[in-house]
Design a protein. Structure first.
Lengths: 273, 314, 269
């Protein structure tokens, strides 16, 4: 039996109309099939269409050509039945946690919201929010605060807790570390790897940070100038990249690691595939 | 850039056509029936008119034609600058308007010159020297200026310079000396608004990162302020300044009255008073065209000054 | 602390900076020395005071206020200088490149206008550094921008800043900053807006140039990975205080403080 991919993009294109009236292609004929349990990283130069791909999947931007299927059913237009099913099964974490959070809601209400939307009972929800918060290293008294009263790192932990609490089938991450300071980013990355390991969602994420790619991804898709130029298992891409864009990123990462490692004994933490 | 400019020009033409529709409608709604008026003029008032002769007159002046045809005929007359004759003194409306416009233009040009000469340096420097005594004096004067009616300043100037000192004529029209006091009065009014706006726009422009970056590169203050800060600050002020000019061109009634200048403002007031519809109509159209043109000029200037607007940014 | 050898270009001693109405200083008795041809990395998290330090050196710290200590550039004390007195030094003796290349250009003037403006102010120095006559300084500057990786710079410069990419603008700024042969270059998170491969190449270019021409460089960054590849020495700042300073290898290999160790750990994972 051939298993149906969770999400499939078939020659998906997105273009925007520039002010001059000329349509400009941001994404050209992207084909990706994502199976259940895969952790797919999307990398490539900025402005190449990485975030646009995520937005198209989440229905935040319309695609102009091509097909997208979820669990084998085609999404024909935004907000149709299949798309609603996808939205119900997916949760997302974005770059800037402060912008992503409702400024008037406590962290508890924020984490609770997707659970309530899924009709979970109140007592169970309360317990679940406490458990998720503890898992993400958030003190319980922090949960009663609003986003403005917590640090950037704590806000991003809350965003991740919110995204993972309803055990989504699909987790989408858009540069989840780039607003965070180095110390906090390292902690959040470690937590993210742990909870993904525990709950095993299918993950689609964009990051310019190759360390996060090494840490999380089972598969890497490289996008440059709107086109997918490489799509390979993570271990292959990280050791023998074929496209110039991937090679530049991997080389750069290796150089930095070498510079950091040359002077000290690095404690080895291999990527869990 | 050129495409964006053409789009704006097309938009302006569209608005003017729309305004002419509205004016035409207004005219149709005005009291008094044109057919009746002609009939009475031909056959004498009070005569009982038969339906046939009324119908003949209707056909003659095209009163039964479709709205668009009537409008087109009317608009064609306007394009040939035929606005009809005044109901009061039977002079062509164009002649009356042209006379008023001439006086108003003279006054407006002088006032705008005064305003430009005063508001740009005052607003810019108050913004640059924010918080100093100079800024304090400017803000105080601006507050005073906006609190007191413009015509009252006119009266004050007449009392000081004409009555007490006897340096300048108090009213009337003639050589440049007659223009000094009204231009000062009107110009100060525009200056108050514009300089205040330019001050805050300058403060904002100076806070931009690129100003600090230019200073960090060793670019001198004269260039940093006179070129970069000024151009960035003028952009938001442009619209208001242009609207102020449009208001003056429409006729500054109070100032015209105080200085006895028979400009557009007074002509309009008199026409309204006398229900002189052809003049009112011409005036309404003139206002519409004036504001559309001013807006268009501002748009084109902005397009030229700020390249990002052409691409729909900022 | 290993005292650097060579000609000291910048010597900061016990620099203290305060913000109005705040008890804690933004910078608290910070001292450092940068010699010709050397790159010193200032590493810290957000709020550590590293950008304030950069601004102090070109005396653009306002609205903060210097509250003590000295800043000596080529032996000249800067801390008491007026903005007017600082002007001839800026761009000429000390150049600054900041994080956001788009913000460094006035959006209402073409790139060409702003490059020509810079060259007009520093014409003598640019011409002397390039070994050409003052008349050729502008053309030479565009060649320099091309050498930094912007092909056809002189033609492309007729466009507006928003029509250039961040990478191109930042390359142009690097080329401008180095054109008058300044004694000190301050790079404040110069690559934060760029992709890592682009950033690394650019920083490598500037470092090679700095070494060849004996320019002292202050590289301010939150990215220890960048500092590891680009700096001779590193100073770690936290909450306005110096935590640790030393040669890059020693500091990364054997950090002496817990904080520096934690930073190193957080960079290599």
């Amino acid at each position: 039996m051939v298993s149906v991919p969770l999400l499939a993009l078939d020659r998906l294109s997105v273009s925007v109309r520039a002010a001059g009236g000329q349509p400009r292609a941001i994404l050209r004929e992207a084909c990706i099939e994502i199976g259940r349990g895969e952790v797919v990283a999307i990398i490539g130069p900025s402005g190449g269409g990485k975030s646009t791909l995520l937005k198209a999947v989440l229905g935040l931007t319309r695609f102009t050509h091509g097909r997208m299927t979820f669990e084998g059913d085609e999404i024909r237009r935004p907000h149709d039945a299949v798309h609603k099913r996808l939205r119900a099964a997916a949760e997302a974490v974005f770059q800037n946690p402060i912008a992503a959070l409702n400024p008037h809601a406590s962290l508890r209400a924020t984490i609770d919201e997707p659970l309530r939307a899924r009709g979970m009972g109140q007592v169970e929800r309360m317990r679940h929010v406490d458990r998720m918060a503890a898992r993400m290293g958030l003190d319980l008294d922090l949960l009663e605060r609003r986003p403005a009263a917590v640090s950037l790192g704590q806000a991003q932990r809350a965003c991740i807790a919110r995204a993972l609490a309803p055990r989504p089938t699909l987790l989408v991450l858009d540069e989840p570390l780039s607003a965070l300071d180095a110390l906090v980013a390292a902690e959040v990355a470690a937590l993210l790897a742990e909870v993904i390991g525990e709950t095993r969602p299918t993950v689609l994420f964009v990051s310019h940070d190759m360390r996060l790619v090494r840490r999380l991804a089972t598969r890497v898709v490289v996008i440059e100038a709107g086109r997918i130029v490489e799509d390979a298992p993570a271990h292959r891409l990280l050791t023998a990249p074929e496209s110039a864009a991937a090679r530049a990123l991997v080389d750069c990462d290796n150089r930095r690691r070498a510079a950091l490692a040359a002077t000290r004994v690095v404690r080895h933490r291999e990527t869990v595939a | 850039m050129i495409a964006a400019a053409l789009r704006r020009i097309a938009g302006a033409v569209f608005v003017i056509v729309l305004a002419s529709f509205l004016t035409f409608l207004l005219l149709q709604l005005a009291p008094g029936d044109a057919v009746m008026a002609i009939a009475q003029a031909r056959h004498g008032a009070g005569v009982n008119l038969d339906a046939a002769s009324l119908a003949r007159i209707r056909a003659e002046i095209g009163a039964d034609d479709p709205f668009l045809v009537q409008w087109a005929r009317w608009a064609w007359d306007l394009l040939r600058l035929d606005f009809g004759v005044s109901l009061i003194d039977r002079r062509p409306v164009v002649e009356i308007m042209a006379e008023g416009l001439g006086r108003t233009l003279e006054l407006a040009a002088a006032a705008v010159a005064v305003a430009t000469a005063l508001s740009i340096p005052l607003g810019l420097l108050a913004g640059v020297w924010r918080g100093t005594w100079f800024d304090g004096v400017c803000v105080a004067l601006a507050t005073l200026g906006s609190a007191m009616p413009n015509w009252w300043l006119g009266v004050l100037l007449i009392v000081v310079f004409s009555v007490n000192l006897g340096w300048l004529p108090a009213f009337g029209r003639g050589d440049w000396e007659h223009l000094v006091l009204p231009a000062l009065t009107l110009g100060t009014g525009i200056t108050v608004t514009t300089a205040r706006l330019l001050r805050s726009a300058t403060i904002e422009a100076l806070a931009a990162r690129h100003i600090a970056a230019a200073r960090g590169r060793g670019i001198g203050e004269t260039r940093v302020i006179g070129r970069h800060a000024l151009r960035n600050a003028l952009l938001p002020v442009l619209t208001i300044f242009a609207l102020e000019i449009a208001f003056v061109l429409e006729g500054a009634v109070a100032v015209e009255y105080v200085f006895g200048l028979h400009g557009l403002g007074l002509i309009f007031i008199e026409a309204v008073d006398a229900r002189d519809y052809p003049v009112i109509q011409a005036f309404v159209l003139f206002s519409a065209v004036l504001f559309v043109c001013v807006n268009l000029i501002v748009d084109l200037l902005t397009l030229w000054l700020d390249p990002r607007t052409a691409e729909g940014m900022s | 602390m290993s005292p650097p050898e060579g000609r000291a270009v910048l010597r900061v001693a016990d620099l203290t900076v305060r913000a109005r109405g705040r008890e804690r200083p933004v910078l608290d008795r910070v001292s450092l020395t940068v010699v010709a041809g050397e790159t010193l990395g200032i590493v810290g998290e957000s709020g550590s005071g590293k950008t304030t330090l950069a601004r102090c050196v070109i005396r653009q710290e306002a609205p903060l206020a210097l509250a003590g200590g000295s800043i000596r550039l080529l032996g000249t004390e800067l801390s008491g200088l007026s903005q007017r007195a600082m002007r001839p030094l800026r761009g000429r003796r000390v150049a600054m490149v900041e994080q956001d290349p788009i913000g460094a250009f006035d959006p209402l003037f073409t790139v060409y206008d702003q490059i020509a403006e810079f060259v007009a102010v520093h014409r003598g120095a640019v011409a002397a550094a390039a070994g050409v006559s003052p008349d050729d300084a502008l053309a030479k500057t565009f060649q320099r921008i091309e050498a930094f990786g912007v092909p056809g710079a002189a033609r492309a410069a007729r466009a507006w800043p928003h029509q250039w990419s961040r990478g191109m603008l930042q390359r142009a700024l690097f080329a401008l900053a180095s054109a008058p042969a300044p004694a000190l270059m301050i790079l404040d998170e110069p690559t934060a807006a760029l992709d890592a491969p682009v950033a690394d190449r650019l920083v490598a270019d500037i470092r090679r140039l700095a070494r060849a021409e004996g320019v002292a460089t202050l590289l301010i960054t939150h990215d220890l990975g960048l500092a590891a590849t680009a700096c001779d020495r590193i100073l770690v700042l936290r909450d306005g205080q110096m935590v640790e300073t030393g040669p890059t290898g020693a500091l990364l290999g054997a950090p002496r403080t817990d904080y520096a160790r934690a930073l190193v750990e957080s960079a290599a994972w």
